[in-house]
Design a protein around this ligand. Sequence first.
Ligand SMILES: C[S@@+](CC[C@H](N)C(=O)[O-])C[C@H]1O[C@@H](n2cnc3c(N)ncnc32)[C@H](O)[C@@H]1O
Ligand code: SF4
Length: 448
Amino acid sequence: MTTQSPVGADTPTLLADRLVADTFAGYAYSYPHKSAYRQLDPPVDVATAWAQQDTSSIFLYTHLPFCEMRCGFCNLFTTIRPGEDFLSRTLAAIARQSADMAEAIRPGQVATAAFGGGTPSFLDTEELITLFEQLAATWPVSWADIPVSFEISPGTVDRAKLDELHRLGVTRISMGVQSFVDAELKALARPQNRETVDNACAEIVDVGFDTFNLDLIYGMENQTVDSWLFSLAEAVRRGPNDLYLYPLYVRELTGMGRTGRVAGEHRRELYRIGRDYLLDAGFTQRSMRNFQRPHETANSTYRCQEDGMIGLGPGARSYTNRLHYSSEFAVGQKGVRNIIEAFANTESFTTIDHGVRLTPEDEERRFVIQGLLQMEGLDEDAFCQRFGRSSVDALPQLRELRELGLAETTLDTSTTRLTTLGFEFSDVIGPWLYSPAVQAQMDSYDLV
Ligand SMILES: C[S@@+](CC[C@H](N)C(=O)[O-])C[C@H]1O[C@@H](n2cnc3c(N)ncnc32)[C@H](O)[C@@H]1O
Ligand code: SF4
């Protein structure tokens, strides 16, 4: 058992060769990938790690690794049916961690916040109120003035809980639906009742969150073009102004991975169909996965290329410019439980013992990956200003993107953007930009 990503030692360096090898190589949502994290010896003080970082404006992320079910495709860090004692001990540890981190970091202000998982709405309303109060007591945060995102699953919310989340300051609700076709849900091993989905969608719209997101997955072997169009239409009909379309990945140690299921060969065709459908329906593409309708959202001063992220909860990652860290990671149930148990038993959260240090070269690569994979593109002036050289001087391989027609630079705005074809290959382009050292770390990672 090794890496999360099929990119290995034999993977070609040339992008042109990779494009024919695997279109869906890996989802580069963060760089370096968490499978490149290792034990830090000696451990680092939280205060020392954050001393060099501009903390005038930070992202506060809370990871709640609990779900009512374990879906067959999911390799996120989560466990099912934790039981009252385990849950409350973990929440108490999150409160201790929050206090210790706030004391050590003392940021200027929380500019944006998110609750993810797992399924944060697995918590009951009282537990949620307590959590928001504890965070507000330890961090400089005004929930009412910033964007606050919150992930739910259809079966874990009712009207009272949604009303309370709205009252607490949540501005964005994100809900997994994956498919509106029962046979596809079965293939994904995602038990889900249509009526529950319908009720949750209607209530979310009725409560009136600024942003209503739904997640769909494409690429199940039994999904057809027609059934994909059906799910897209059903999703749009329920009124979201934000949609994530995820290509199916069948990962090691997941239910689907264990039973030898594979993703269909038609993911690229389905990607195009999904994209065109949403563009026709008035959505704008923000990245390969994300489509939005114009809507009002709370303003944030958070700058994702420069500002840090503070992660609370087992499995949450924290980022400074030079160090990324988290608790350990696992997918298998035993491994996940052991890590949460160790977290719940931790008295003091003032040191960091698991993460990865970013070299100056990694910082450049991260900046390029984050810029390129979003519709805003790579801001060439900002890159030069921060790193003292152009992106092509830093990464000559970027020329190949232009030669292959996958990216274009607009001179008047000095921005490099992926083309329509480039976005289609986001999952190849991201991993192709990883440094050989980070890739080697990922390749030698043993997943448990
Ligand atoms: C934290 S979950 C969303 C909230 C909630 N837990 C739920 O499932 O309704 C994040 C999303 O990632 C996507 N996802 C997770 N694992 C995936 C995989 N292996 N392939 C494709 N999409 C995946 C799913 O669309 C899922 O809704
Ligand atoms: S998809 Fe959502 S509900 Fe299913 S196991 Fe993953 S986090 Fe939990």
